[in-house]
Design a protein around this ligand. Sequence first.
Ligand code: KMH
Ligand code: ZN
Length: 283
Amino acid sequence: MQMRMMKKLIITAAISGAEVTKKDNPNVPYTVEEIRDEARRAWNEGASIIHLHVRNDRGEPVQDLYRFKDCMTAIREACPDVIIQPTTGGAVGMTPKERLHPVYLRPEMASLDCGTMNFGKDAIFMNTGNMIREFAQEMKKMHVMPELEVFDISMIRTTLRLMKDGILDYPLHYNLVMGVKGGIGATLREFAFLVESLPEDATYTATGIGRYEFQVAAMSAIAGGHVRVGLEDNIYLEKGILAKSNGELVKKAVTIAREMGREIAAPDEARVILGLGPGGEGR
Ligand code: KMH
Ligand code: ZN
């Protein structure tokens, strides 16, 4: 496996997610204020990108345009230069129409999930071929950069077809999500397989789910990739110790990256690395 040029490392913080609750870790944010504070803690520790799911005050995942608007405004006030990347994955069972809502707020980036998969025992995370095309086209129209979320090798192949059809354009940025039951695992062999299957010049972030979070962060830091951490993916700072905040998880990722010889990108440096340019639509 070829190591990529060692640019600064971009940290994405997935602060809230849709599946974990305060029963799993009381620090999972629900309200606008909690989301804002968790974004600020992550940004203060070195996160350049906030991957954003929103909830109602009871903690149920929602994909409401106005809730996204309120959370994005609050995050921008607290962390003026951070890149906000709302989800279009939402939660299992949401309709494609509602999942697209945050795209119409013209964020700089949004996640684009590149295939259907099992997500838990009976849950199916639905992303049909036509849905992926429609989501990509809407993002293009709104000048939103897709963060291509791939949970297995077949999803990378889907993105190659979309490129061939002119639906996806360079610059391409992937998120390799590893360790979801129903998706690819989180071994070094699987990581190398995914990275070697990416189109040339694409950038990538790697996300390890649960106990794989920091192992995958280390792999990606060594290989020249970028890193995602956060309570959406993992609720523990270390075995048996719940993370007190997303900030703690980001801080640990920063330590790992620095130990591997990687400096951390500030948000405007991340924009340049990703090809977003120095300022974004939504800022
Ligand atoms: N909550 C998952 C069903 C994304 O944000 O784009 C989907 C997810 C992916 O988290
Ligand atoms: Zn997500």
